[in-house]
Design a protein around this ligand. Structure first.
Ligand code: NAP
Length: 461
């Protein structure tokens, strides 16, 4: 057959619109929602239920029969019933022999049972072909048509043909099937809907811990210390001053923590002389949540920008400026412009603006819609090269802001340095290690290791 004729075949409309009947056991929320969707997609639907009377909630195009009668009308049976009721299927085992049983069930807890619900179903009805699917789709999303967030349907099963039949139905409903392999994958698929932002847990807990630490640190230095020694009440600092100190500190530390696992991984690979040994678990997990760490850091940087914008309209700041003006007027003396200070203040603002601009650019390129449109090299360039440049700019912004007070005794209260000094420890460490790793004597062997070279090969040729 020539190329043109095969194209014509592919483009020819499917004249047989008739779809196979699908049976659904259970007329609960999910069964009804799926029934509606299947009927809209052209599938005849028959419900298997304990009571055969129809209700206004059940689609009127569907038949409602007993489980045994309904099962005989279809090759595919979707079990829209909770796992704890599966026992009713045992007496139906003969009727269900050779049928495709689709397990859509979820549990209340991760790894609630020793085996997955789908494997349990396969044990109860050994003659049937069990396929796991649809458990990550909610009845509400099916019914309301808001399936954008859950368009993917994970499918697994031991029988290829049965799995194919279920994946065809998934496609016909306008969803995307993702083949996850054999029924052994069912437990993992059943755990997906029970996970609560798994990649966000570490960044959020870490941020909460750092917020608590720096809040009390700043409270001691900026509110309690002046109260004890000067009897001044600066408690109003909590609303803006302290918050606007914590936000940039967290942004900088979290941004540095995005790049720290990369340099640690490089050191480990150089030390081991191979890339073929697994990193420790904690490092693997840390690397997997770098994007989330970066996005939380960006959120704190954005808050810092907003808090900084309101500084000129704060009553404390206006009072300070006016009292300085009045004191100059009373002394009949105008303070000369300190150009060094002007340079420092302008440079620190410029570094902050540029750092924030690149930070936003990093955030935008991490969005799936953008990252899907750049190739791997472009993505690496942005996330690695521009990422390090952002870290350099933000670290420099902090250093220029307070560099002149580093060694001044007045900036230590109760021997505690200013909080921004602490925030520089991790970024400076990352940048110094990265700088050292760029030296050819380390960079060359590292590049070779990452290309597969081994210092002590495990399998010699
Ligand atoms: P549901 O509203 O409680 O409905 C379950 C249905 O099971 C009942 O309407 C009943 O149908 C049948 N049933 C109850 N007790 C039974 C028994 N002892 N023997 C035989 N049949 C019995 O539950 P659902 O929300 O539809 O969920 C059904 C399954 O889908 C569950 O496994 C759930 O994990 C899964 N799921 C649900 C959703 C969701 O958004 N709801 C999402 C993903 C997965 P009859 O009265 O017709 O017999």
């Amino acid at each position: 057959m020539n190329k043109n004729s095969s194209n014509i075949m592919a483009l020819a409309p499917n004249t047989s619109n008739k779809r196979e009947t699908v049976c659904i056991f259970g007329t609960g929320d999910f069964g009804r929602a799926l029934g509606h969707k299947l009927i809209q997609s052209g599938y005849p639907v028959v419900f298997g239920s304990r009571g055969t009377q129809t209700s206004s909630l059940i689609p009127k195009e569907a038949e409602v029969l007993s489980h045994a009668e309904a099962a005989q009308k279809a090759a595919i049976i979707i079990i829209a019933i909770q796992r704890q009721h599966y026992n009713f299927l045992i007496p139906l085992a003969e009727i269900l022999r050779g049928k495709v049983l689709v397990d859509i069930s979820n549990n209340l807890k991760i790894n609630q049972y020793p085996e997955s619900n789908a494997e349990y179903l396969a044990q109860l009805v050994p003659g049937a072909k069990v396929v796991k699917a649809f458990n990550t789709v909610s009845a509400w999303a099916l019914q309301s048509g808001t399936l954008d967030a859950s368009r993917q349907v994970f499918v697994c099963g031991d029988d290829m043909e049965a799995k194919q039949m279920v994946m065809d139905i998934v496609r016909a409903l306008g969803l995307t099937p993702l083949d996850q392999g054999s029924l052994l994958a069912a437990q993992e698929i059943e755990n997906y809907p029970l996970q609560l932002f798994p990649m966000w847990k570490f960044p959020i807990l870490l941020s909460l811990g750092l917020i608590a630490f720096f809040f009390f640190y700043c409270l001691i230095r900026d509110v309690i210390y002046p109260y004890v020694y000067e009897n001044k009440d600066y408690s109003f600092f909590i609303a803006i001053s302290i918050t606007n100190r914590i936000c940039p500190i967290l942004a900088l530390i979290l941004l540095a923590l995005v790049y720290l696992p990369g340099v640690l991984a490089a050191i480990i690979q150089l030390y081991r002389g191979t890339k073929y040994r697994r990193f420790p678990d904690w490092l693997d997990k840390w690397m997997l949540c770098r994007k989330q760490l970066g996005l939380v850091a960006l959120a704190f940087a954005s808050l810092h920008v907003l808090y900084t914008l309101v500084i000129p309209i704060r009553s404390f700041v206006r009072w300070r400026i006016s009292s300085q003006t009045v004191s100059q007027a009373l002394n009949n003396k105008t303070e000369p412009l300190d150009t060094t200070n002007a340079w420092l203040s302008d440079s620190y603002l410029a570094l902050g603006i540029l750092g924030f601009f690149l930070f936003v650019l990093l955030g935008i390129t991490s969005l799936p819609s953008v990252s899907n449109n750049v190739n791997w090299r472009e993505f690496r360039f942005v996330q690695s090269k521009l990422g390090y440049l952002t870290l350099v700019l933000c670290t420099a912004h902090t250093m220029v802001y307070g560099g002149k007070w580093f060694l001044s005794p007045s900036s230590y209260r109760w021997y505690l340095p200013n909080a921004y000094m602490l925030s520089l420890i991790i970024p400076c460490t990352v940048l110094v290690i990265k700088f050292v790793l760029v030296f050819p004597c380390l960079d060359k062997p590292l590049t070779r290791i990452r290309q597969g070279w081994e210092r002590n090969p495990q399998y010699s040729e």
